[in-house]
Design a protein around this ligand. Sequence first.
Ligand code: ZN
Ligand code: ZN
Length: 290
Amino acid sequence: MKILQDLHIHSHHSCDSACSTLRDIRNDREALGLEQYAVTDHLHTQYNISDIESSRHDFLGGNHPANFHFGVEVTCMAAWECERIAAGDFVAKGDVPIYGFRDDERPFDGRMCIGLDENDIRKYGIEIVVGGVHWPQGYPDTRAGVIDNYFRQEMFLASHPLVHVVAHPWDSIELAAGDWYRHRDKAHIDWTVYKDIPREMDEALGRAIIENGKLAEMNLPCVLHGPEYLPVLCMERFRLWKSMGVKFTVGSDQHSAHPDAERFAAMEKLLDEYGFTQDDFALPFPAGGK
Ligand SMILES: [Zn+2]
Ligand SMILES: [Zn+2]
């Protein structure tokens, strides 16, 4: 089947290495024949809301067609991080908490937040909120602890009233399981953790996605990277969720100047192999536009 949407794209306004212009995002999507697409730059906490503001200004100045949508990608944060930033409790220490306070190894107390509120949604005309887990909360020291930690974060996003799409489910758990966040080298990535995610957790997550009216993302790089068994495990999870009634989105998660057309083709092949059709995909906004 042909992929007709890309609802997860980063522009050069994103706080990380993303470098595409909005004009190129649009021209490239038109060349790929996509019907609906959205820019979704990162918002980790209110500290970097200025990135969304500049992305929005650029977007409004571009006179874009109604099928080009404006969105954000939020991160599951620990509540104390949002509270510290709201209180301005970082200035004196000279911290630049773009990613929150990742060096603070305090234990996870279970309270979570995103850096976005309803006022931001209105102010910036946000049509789609993609929510992703990007790192462990605290530093769980067992594999079971890492899996449980990610599960709680995924469930938080799947039930958050402002999130529309659960982005790249379980992605980055290979880094948490390998203790990459402390070492930051290739020796500390453990892909095998994906084999240990209990089916019951995926069933619970699928139920939460359905009950809360969310969509699950098929994130192209996350499905297609890693060892050979990773696309299989991802597609089996999606097939399980499809059988439960979950609807999906597609996201290229592009950070480069232009999209990778081969990834779209590889994903289309997988979708055919696993029996997905256009009926399995949905949009969190009216197709007609704004
Ligand atoms: Zn992400
Ligand atoms: Zn992303």
